[in-house]
Design a protein around this ligand. Structure first.
Ligand SMILES: *[C@@H]1O[C@H](CO)[C@@H](O)[C@H](O)[C@H]1NC(C)=O
Ligand SMILES: *[C@@H]1O[C@H](CO)[C@@H](O)[C@H](O)[C@H]1NC(C)=O
Ligand SMILES: *[C@@H]1O[C@H](CO)[C@@H](O)[C@H](O)[C@H]1NC(C)=O
Ligand SMILES: *[C@@H]1O[C@H](CO)[C@@H](O)[C@H](O)[C@H]1NC(C)=O
Ligand SMILES: [Zn+2]
Length: 408
């Protein structure tokens, strides 16, 4: 009888033990997540109006993320995605990105007891101490800067601390992952000459380079060129699920050599290559990246509120402690867990800050006009380009005397 009780308790009590351990560890070292699309939800549901009573983040429903869920999940740092879709490219991408950056600032202003807008690694540590969620801005897709180093610098001043080089479309200076699947044409075959200027300027400013969504050739080019480690803000392991959004082994090798970081994406399609997945399969990706790239190279980038399905057991941001419990069950040491939770990202961020050099002069190169598309673009400043007069005005001015004569 006692024997039976012993085994019964061993099964149950140890299950609870790992969950308790997870909570103890996370209350000391909360989680920093690489990618959350709540701002996109606020845009599409409420046209960006946070003061709409239904948008109240203390009780927002129908999303993976709200304030109680963040607290229950021990989230202490979040890169909020300033995402605008690829169909804004060559249209209103810059304006819409600025609006999403503004929305993230308004989140911090509206809920100052919860969010602390952060622009440095030391800000994140301050937020930890104050038990707030350090709120950082990641711009998802190079189309958001419209091929302008001036816009890149301005977004840095507005708080952008990572930029994903592409979303799921090429930009004039870098190729996206669809190229590897044969669903898009290679254009820069990695990055173009101007793309190299973008990378160097990001290094100079201290903006983390995010390689989620880019093609493998882009990954290789940037891992070789960047002076600072890079991140994959929301990508998983290709070896476990052959999806081109994931990171292949040869790149994981470069991630290890450059002290870079892969923050694992929970989207079922990238976890299991099916529309269903489990918490245990996400833990497999974490285990795998830890094994191949090292315990310094693994983190979390759930992609919550950016995807339409997530694994069983990880249904929203409150469930992170269950995933940490699973890692402890798999014999991850406390140090390894804490590194994955926060210290790997903080290390990369600090190295990026160290490489940055605000005394060096800004790069004044510009992309060639011929490399750009879009009919609403003007060409001021480009050498030897003849400007067109404002259309409409001149013909009207010429027509007026004729109209007068005709009326006579
Ligand atoms: C959100 O709801 C809480 C609780 O009802 C309330 O105290 C708070 O003022 C509301 N915040 C906003 C921004 O509407
Ligand atoms: C790189 O891999 C080696 C060997 O697995 C490991 O000891 C080291 O910690 C790894 N580096 C990082 C940054 O993870
Ligand atoms: C964890 O470690 C224990 C004790 O060393 C061992 O029995 C168990 O098989 C390990 N579990 C895994 C998943 O490696
Ligand atoms: C612009 O025109 C000048 C004079 O015609 C010429 O010397 C120069 O090379 C041109 N520059 C470019 C960029 O075409
Ligand atoms: Zn994404």
């Amino acid at each position: 009888m006692w024997n039976l009780w012993f085994w019964f308790c061993l099964a149950l009590c140890t299950a609870d033990h790992f969950r308790d351990e997870a909570e103890r560890i996370m209350s000391q070292t909360p989680l920093i997540d690489g990618h959350n699309d709540l701002p996109w939800q606020i845009l599409t549901r409420f046209n960006g109006q946070l003061q709409n009573p239904k948008a109240n983040l203390t009780q927002l429903e129908g999303t993976h993320t709200n304030i109680p869920k963040l607290k229950a999940g021990f989230v202490g740092g979040q890169f909020w995605s300033a995402y605008v879709p690829c169909n804004t490219q060559n249209k209103d991408a810059v304006k819409r990105t600025l609006e999403q950056i503004d929305l993230i600032h308004r989140m911090c202003q509206t809920y100052p007891e919860t969010f602390l807008c952060a622009t440095s690694s030391s800000n994140i540590r301050q937020a930890f101490q104050q038990k707030k969620v350090a709120s950082l801005i990641g711009v998802e897709g190079g189309h958001s800067i419209d091929s302008s180093l001036g816009v890149l610098r301005t977004m840095y001043h507005l708080g952008m601390r990572y930029m994903t080089l592409t979303h799921s479309c090429n930009v004039p200076w870098a190729d996206n992952w669809l190229v590897d699947r044969g669903d898009d044409n290679p254009q820069s075959h990695g990055i173009s000459k101007f793309g190299e200027d973008v990378i160097k300027e990001m290094n100079r400013l201290g903006i983390m380079i995010d390689l989620a969504h880019v093609s493998e050739a882009t990954m290789k080019a940037v891992l070789t060129l960047s002076q600072a480690p890079v991140i994959f803000s929301h990508s998983s392991a290709y070896q476990l699920c052959h999806h081109k959004r994931n990171v292949p082994d040869n790149i994981l090798q470069l991630v290890n050599e450059t002290r870079s970081l892969v923050m694992v994406n929970f989207y079922n399609e990238y976890v299991s290559c099916q529309n269903v997945a489990t918490l245990s399969q996400v833990a497999d990706h974490l285990d795998y990246i830890k094994k191949v790239a090292g315990p310094g190279a693994v983190g979390f980038g759930g992609d919550y509120d950016g995807v339409d399905n997530v694994p069983t057991g990880l249904q929203d941001v409150s469930t992170y402690p269950d995933l940490i419990a699973e890692l402890l069950r798999r014999n991850w040491t406390e140090t390894e867990v804490k590194d994955a939770l926060a210290y790997n990202l903080l290390r990369v961020f600090e190295e990026v800050e160290k490489v940055s050099d605000h005394n060096a002069l800004p790069n004044e190169n510009f992309i060639q006009l011929s490399e750009l598309e879009g009919s609403c673009r003007t060409s001021y400043g480009y050498p030897n380009h003849s400007y067109q007069h404002r259309p409409g005005v001149l013909p009207v001015v010429l027509a007026l005397p004729l109209l007068y004569l005709w009326l006579l």
